[in-house]
Design a protein around this ligand. Structure first.
Ligand SMILES: [Zn+2]
Length: 219
């Protein structure tokens, strides 16, 4: 096999994010293996652009990370983007339980995590240990999860304030792979406001649809 780099450190870095040219028919053993992997990441280069392919036990994400390539390439297409929840949709009761917790914590901010077990396929909601909570600031310990459990959804409240991702939230989420939700206006009982994003590959992506089963998402 041809090494892509002579230096062992450089070779390790490249092996952690492999690059696959797309054959004209769109498939190769390398690409198929990456797409089917339990966990992994790589990029596919096609005539129509570059696709980042990320796999986690709970998520299969294909996201375009470049515009179409202007030069002629004798390659196939990278295909359609996707963001599939391998864990399935999250039962809405977990969201409702988090919202009850946030309202009980008013006027302070609060947090909840929805986690998923890849062996048993069960979800659970986890309330972190809070170190400081005020109406505008929250410091908590991110849970260390037991084996087989994965953080799927990180939810926090902005209490009575508006729902948006603050600069602190951006810094906290920069290296994470999770769905992040913020709820605000929680004192307005039937109208909490939600902001959402998918954190993956160092990017903040819009959620293509609600991750919760049933209902529409004014929560
Ligand atoms: Zn926040």
């Amino acid at each position: 096999m041809t090494m892509l780099a002579d230096d062992p450190t450089a070779a390790t870095v490249l092996a952690a994010m492999r690059c696959f040219p797309v054959p004209p028919d769109g498939r190769s053993p390398g690409l198929d293996g990456l797409r089917a992997a339990r966990a992994g990441q790589g990029i596919a280069v096609g005539r129509d652009g570059v696709m980042l392919i990320l796999r986690r036990p709970w998520l299969a994400l294909d996201v375009r990370v470049s515009p179409p390539i202007g030069a002629y390439l004798p390659y196939g297409s990278i295909g359609e983007p996707k963001a599939d929840l391998r864990c399935g949709f999250i039962p809405r009761e977990y969201l409702l339980s988090a919202l009850d917790h946030f309202r009980a914590a008013l006027p302070n901010e609060a947090a909840a995590f929805i986690v998923w077990n890849e062996k048993t396929a069960e979800f659970a909601v986890n309330f972190p240990v809070i170190e400081t909570a005020t109406p505008s600031r929250l410091v908590y310990r991110t849970p260390t999860l037991p084996p087989d459990w994965h953080m799927v959804c990180d939810i926090h409240s902005h209490g009575r304030g508006p729902a948006y991702f603050s600069a602190t939230d951006d810094a906290d989420d920069a290296h994470a792979m999770k769905i992040a939700l913020v709820f605000g206006c929680l004192d307005q009982l039937d109208r909490p406001v939600m902001a959402s994003r998918l954190c993956a590959g160092g990017m903040f992506l819009p959620l293509p649809r609600s991750p919760f089963s049933g209902g529409s998402d004014a929560a």
